[in-house]
Design a protein around this ligand. Structure first.
Ligand code: FES
Length: 68
């Protein structure tokens, strides 16, 4: 699915960028152009990036919940 129509960027490309280490909208804008023109794609792109950050927080929460 196209997320950014201005630059023709799909959700798959955003996911690939996230897997490659992109973790912020600023980085995503530099890499793919997402959000750099009209900005309508920013909310959706941010949600996709969040999917890749959440497991880290969950893993950290699990680590903190473990008895020492
Ligand atoms: S849709 Fe992404 S900048 Fe316009």
């Amino acid at each position: 699915m196209y997320v950014c129509l201005c630059y023709g960027v799909t959700d798959r490309e955003i996911r690939e960028a996230a897997e490659g280490g992109v973790s912020s909208m600023r980085q995503l804008g530099k890499e793919l152009g997402v959000g750099r023109q009209c900005g309508r794609c920013a909310c959706t792109a941010r949600e996709i990036l969040k999917e890749y950050r959440t497991p880290d927080y969950l893993a950290l929460a699990d680590m903190l919940a473990q008895p020492a």
